[in-house]
Design a binder for this molecule. Structure first.
Ligand code: GUN
Length: 286
């Protein structure tokens, strides 16, 4: 069996081009540009790279990005004040606080301070709560990107036995909810799961988001499995995913590559969420 590679980069690029055309149409109607404020605290190298990808995508999409690079010593009060100002600014449609934050900053009150209509990450309890209730509004970008890839490649999850590995608030939990909303049978595994292979062995589709390089190997999965690899880590400086991509060739039915699979979709979905937030807000402006 030849393993199909589920690329995300072309779909991400097409999505951004579509947004750029929509933004241009709004501008031709005399409307302002969509605006996204991106807050990065400290100098975590991976976060700096992610934020620069987001800003570059904004440029391509015609979205005005406003970058706030703050020192790691930034206090909770300073963060809450900045968010308060951004909540009030007319031209700011989306507010994104890059995670993880330095350890002295609890992310919960910061995320809760963001106006839910500007919460383009979909991390606010209101947006997460809607997702849990099956009333999806602003959905977190990485899980939304995974669902877009499923749709693009015509992969049906209804009634399928799926396993999500990783239960983070950013990826694993919201992705599990999206899959339940689509009527998949979902098993969520995490760091305390005793025998991961026991679960992955019965999966038709695996979604893995742990950041543990090559965690998912051929011996742990049934032949013909489909794998969505949402993990990013490095081996000797080379970016790799959670799945043993080489070892799974000829065994898995299909697999997303790292890089070039889910990653670019995350950034594209941030553009989608920002455009959606913009549309809702300009409809209220007269
Ligand atoms: N850190 C890793 N992924 C994300 C994301 O999707 N959004 C934010 N804000 N931080 C992240």
């Amino acid at each position: 069996m030849e393993t199909k590679i589920l690329w995300g980069k072309e779909l991400a690029q097409e999505t951004i081009e579509r947004i750029a055309r929509e933004v241009q149409n709004f501008q031709e109607e005399g409307k302002r540009s969509p605006g996204l404020a991106v807050i990065l605290v400290g100098n975590d190298p991976a976060s700096q790279i992610y934020v620069s990808h987001k800003e570059r995508a904004c440029e391509k999409a015609g979205i005005h990005s406003m970058g706030y690079r703050l020192p790691s010593s930034t206090s909770m009060d300073e963060m809450l004040n900045l968010i308060d100002q951004l909540n009030q600014r007319e031209e700011v449609d989306g507010i994104l606080v890059q995670l993880p934050l330095p350890s002295h900053l609890d992310p919960s009150p910061i995320i809760e301070a963001i106006d839910p209509v500007k919460d383009v990450d979909g991390f606010h309890p209101l947006n997460m709560g809607k997702l849990a209730l099956g009333e999806e509004d602003i959905v977190p970008c990485t899980p939304k990107g995974v669902m877009a890839l499923l749709d693009h490649y015509g992969i049906e999850v209804e009634g399928q036995e799926v396993v999500v590995v990783g239960a983070s608030n950013i990826v694993g939990k919201p992705l599990s909810l999206l899959l339940v909303n689509r009527m998949a049978t979902v098993t969520v595994c995490h760091i305390k799961t005793q025998e991961l292979a026991l679960h992955t062995q019965k999966a038709q589709i695996i979604f893995t988001a742990t950041g543990v390089a090559h965690l998912i190997k051929k011996e742990m999965v049934p032949q013909g499995v489909i794998i969505f690899d949402i993990g990013i880590s490095r081996i000797n400086g080379k970016i790799v995913g959670d799945a043993d991509f080489e070892g799974l060739q000829g065994w898995a039915n299909a697999i997303t590559p790292v890089p070039g699979g889910v990653g670019p979709m995350t950034v594209a979905m941030l553009m989608v969420n920002t455009l959606e937030a913009y549309k809702k807000r300009i409809n209220q402006e007269t």
